[in-house]
Design a protein around this ligand. Structure first.
Ligand code: ZN
Length: 122
């Protein structure tokens, strides 16, 4: 993995290794999802679609300086039983049987987080 391979390459490989049904992994940095979970607590959607598709999204806390070493195992382990996981202060990982579906989960999570954020402004 020299010369431009993603820093996250070992993480993606570990997800595929631990989750044989996974065909795609999508990583994103949705600002609402990241901001709302900076406290390290799991994200529980308040909107219907979020509750329906992902009633609880686990949040993983990994010290930034240990991210490269610890994230492959930690993220892959959560994605064995969840569609999505959030790494505290960093971003979202979604797995699915296609890249389109993994992208959809990521967009749905960001929309749920934005909705929750808007609701808190009332
Ligand atoms: Zn990232």
């Amino acid at each position: 993995m020299e010369g431009g391979a993603s820093l996250d390459a070992p993480l993606h490989i570990e997800i595929y290794r631990q989750n044989p049904a996974t065909r795609a992994v999508f990583h994103s940095h949705g600002p609402h999802a990241v901001a709302l979970t900076l406290n390290g607590e799991d994200f529980v959607p308040v909107d219907f679609e979020g509750q329906y598709y992902f009633p609880r999204v686990p949040v993983i806390r990994i010290p930034y300086e240990q991210y490269v070493d610890e994230s492959p195992q930690a993220v892959a382990a959560q994605l064995q039983s969840h569609k999505l996981t959030i790494v505290c202060g960093h971003g979202i990982y979604a797995c699915a049987t296609s890249i389109n579906l993994a992208y959809k989960w990521s967009c749905s999570l960001e929309l749920s987080a934005k909705t929750a954020w808007l609701a808190r402004q009332l």
